[in-house]
Design a protein around this ligand. Structure first.
Ligand code: ADP
Ligand code: MG
Length: 717
């Protein structure tokens, strides 16, 4: 066995092009490249989808239905025939072994070749999935290895890659067969797996009963399984797989741990809670804060008073009252002569926040400004100046706040609303707009625990787990297109009782124009026919900010009864008297979006309703989403269902969040390993030896490698 290279050399070796591998000619190289396989490392990390247990050759009588099996048989009959109903042609071979018979079928074939190959009396080893149709057992398109004059033992000895063991089944691409893939992959794994080095410290591997990287990789590709050992063909070798998953998670968590450590050690602003503005505000509020709001506010104040910068996430379902908590925190910062930036994902939400905050701030003699992307240049400059000179106490806006040219006199607190739309990167930019300001992020997306560990691993978390009193859950119904009239009648009745309604149209990007047209036309039609005699309004993203503001203000004041809108109202819009929401083409929306949308109603004490209109050509996933919505209003359960339907990659938008991709790990299944790796990583990050001891050099290098510059880990090396 060659000596182990060091970590850096190992990286170089793994970058070896597949063109240099024996048996990989230019054609195969192209095929592999098409599947994204270019280097040795790509192959090492392309793990089998599942495995095929070919340790045992079965008697035909013992074949298990639904399993891929290996068996030996002699051809009893072979002929081309047709399927009874569809009259499709197929080639059928009957084989037997004295214990029973199986029918082998080919639907795509070369007749002359098959007839010659499977002449009566021919003996062969067959492999394939056994299906049962009534009394008949069939195998479609089996693999076959002719025995000729050889015995089974001789065949198996001659082709050890295909028989007598557990085989990997790789994800394949056109032009690449399992047989070729196995051969090439086996070569690569044998030559290169031993050259990988495991940068997870050996004592951590040992303690957690994990295998070193090289052994884990080999085991995953070519599991060594004893003759009588049980083996799960779907899940594969567990210890080896867990080891690879741990390896991936460990570096993710180590990065987050160091980031957190860095923040904790830095010096920020130690705020004074002097109640100059918070007390008067509390007196002005028309309600008392809930228990949960007070607890979370306490946690925030505690952080703000500390000399180290706050990095806290406030999570709470739609409507739980995060805004007021943020406002209180903002006032603490302003009481200490610092400025506050509040960033929201959409213009409309930024405007909403602005309207709300500036109402309260006005009453306290403080100044709030709105920085929107659509502001004319001259006005923008004026706002910039107010920010620079410190006259603006609170700056509300979208991404525009993060842009160059926005300089604060003294930024004390940055608040990010609906964090899931932003990532680690934006948080970093905001931090650099001041001198280590406190950061507060708010999200209504309840994130399953495993995911929040990855996504927000470097933040402390507060949860508002209580709704303001007097709310009852929104009643949700799925309405088929043909029953739309009933829905309209219901809405008219609500309006007659003094309530207001939202009617939401989807706006999908590719067809944005036509959808916009649909919404606009629908608004006209609704105004003239359906809601004749009531006042309707239209709101969409292409309107000028002033127009939008006007419509929102009118809706808020109750001057508009039914607001037809696109999803611009998705987040943050707050009109407690609106009690019905009707969503057109509801199946086109994602679950998170539907939950956010529905959160616009049920904000007052009156019973609220959500009517989800389902189109005729609704997809299966779409129907599943609507079912989830009608079954629960619990944001947490909705998020879990969403994660299940979409998978973690899309759910998180990992790229956007600035997190590395996983090659082996699966956030849904591997939660336990994630927590295990997190414990170990945080313990290691707290070890003073980690930063400089030579024994951790490989681990440190691997960390930088995997995170790149994404986490500002410059302090270690
Ligand atoms: P979200 O958490 O979704 O951002 P908001 O902060 O917009 O929720 O609050 C939802 C609604 O509840 C608002 O109308 C707000 O004024 C109201 N609200 C917030 N806190 C309380 C409370 N403690 N008691 C009564 N109403 C409250
Ligand atoms: Mg909100």
């Amino acid at each position: 066995m060659p000596p182990k290279p060091n970590y850096a050399r190992s990286r170089e070796l793994l970058a070896t092009s597949l063109a240099g591998i024996r048996g990989v000619g230019p054609k195969l190289e192209k095929t592999l490249a098409k599947a994204g396989l270019e280097t040795v490392e790509d192959v090492l990390y392309t793990l089998p989808l599942r495995y095929e247990d070919r340790r045992q050759v079965r008697r035909i009588a013992q074949l298990r239905d639904g399993q891929r099996e290996v068996f030996v048989g002699e051809v009893l009959a072979a002929a081309e025939t047709t399927t009874p109903r569809a009259r499709k042609r197929l080639f059928e071979v009957i084989v037997g072994d004295g214990t029973g018979q199986v029918s082998l079928k080919w639907f795509h074939y070369h007749k002359a070749w098959l007839s010659k190959r499977f002449a009566v009396g021919t003996r062969a080893v067959f492999t394939g999935e056994v299906k049962r149709f009534g009394a008949v057992r069939e195998v479609h398109h089996p693999d076959a290895e002719l025995l000729g004059s050889r015995t089974l033992e001789e065949i198996m000895a001659a082709d050890p890659l295909s028989f007598g063991r557990v085989l990997p089944v790789y994800p394949l691409t056109e032009g690449l067969s399992q047989k070729v893939a196995r051969k090439i992959f086996k070569q690569v794994v044998e030559a290169y797996a031993p050259l990988t080095v495991s940068p997870v410290p050996p004592e951590i591997l040992q303690k957690n009963n994990l295998l070193p990287l090289d052994i884990a990789l080999r085991q995953c590709h070519w599991p060594e399984v004893g003759e009588n050992e049980s083996f799960d063909e779907e899940r594969g070798p567990q210890q080896a797989r867990s080891s690879l998953v741990f390896d991936e998670f460990f570096f993710l968590e180590l990065g987050l741990a160091l980031k957190r450590r860095g923040i904790v050690l830095e010096r920020g602003i130690a705020f004074n809670v002097n109640h100059v503005y918070t007390k008067p505000l509390a007196a002005m509020l028309p309600f008392r804060l809930t228990e949960a709001q007070r607890r979370v506010l306490g946690e925030i104040k505690h952080d703000m008073m500390s000399i180290h910068p706050m990095h806290r996430l406030v999570q709470g379902d739609v409507g739980c009252g995060k805004t007021i908590v943020a406002l209180m925190a903002a006032l603490v910062a302003i009481e200490n002569d610092t400025q506050v930036a509040l960033i929201a994902p959409t213009e409309i939400l930024a405007e909403q926040h602005y309207i709300q905050f500036h109402q309260w701030l006005d009453k306290l003699g403080l100044k709030a400004v709105l920085l929107s992307g659509s502001l004319p240049a001259r006005e923008k400059q004026a706002v910039y100046e107010e920010i620079r000179e410190g006259r603006a106490h609170l700056v509300v806006g979208t991404h525009a706040v993060l842009q160059e040219g926005v300089d604060f006199k003294r930024l004390g607190l940055g608040i990010i609303d609906e964090q899931h739309r932003f990532g680690v990167v934006q948080r970093g930019i905001l931090r650099h707009k001041g001198n280590n300001p406190d950061i507060l992020v708010m999200t209504a997306t309840p994130i399953p625990r495993t995911l929040s560990l990855t996504l927000y691993g470097d933040l402390s978390v507060s949860i508002i787990d209580q709704m303001p009193p007097g709310r009852s859950p929104v009643k949700t119904r799925v309405v088929s297109e043909t029953k739309r009239e009933d829905a309209y009648a219901f809405i008219r009745k609500q309006i007659e009782e003094g309530r207001q309604a939202y009617i939401v149209y989807p706006l999908v990007e590719e067809s944005e124009k036509s959808d916009l047209l649909a919404a606009t036309q629908a608004a006209e039609q609704l105004a003239e026919e359906v809601f004749h005699g009531f006042r309707t309004g239209l709101l969409h993203g292409r309107m000028k900010p002033a127009e939008k503001e006007g419509v929102m203000a009118a809706f808020k004041a109750g001057e508009i009864h039914a607001l037809v809108s696109t999803t611009v109202i998705e987040v943050g819009v707050d009109v407690p008297n609106a009690t019905v929401m009707m969503v057109e083409h509801a199946e086109r929306f994602g679950l998170a979006q539907l939950h956010q949308l529905r959160g616009r109603v049920g904000r007052g004490s009156a019973q609220s309703y959500c009517l989800l209109v389902r189109s005729k050509n609704c997809s299966e996933d779409g129907a599943r989403r609507l079912r989830v919505m009608s079954e629960t209003t619990d944001g947490f359960r909705i998020a879990e269902a969403d994660l299940e339907i979409r998978g973690p990659g899309e759910f998180l938008g990992t790229r956007q969040a600035g997190l590395p991709d996983f090659r082996v790990a699966n956030l849904l299944r591997d939660g336990r390993i994630l927590e295990q790796s997190r414990r170990e990583a945080f313990a290691l990050a707290a070890d003073p030896e980690f930063d400089s001891h030579p024994k951790y050099a490989g681990t440190r290098q691997a960390l930088l490698d995997r995170w790149g510059s994404r986490l500002e880990l410059a302090s270690i090396g």
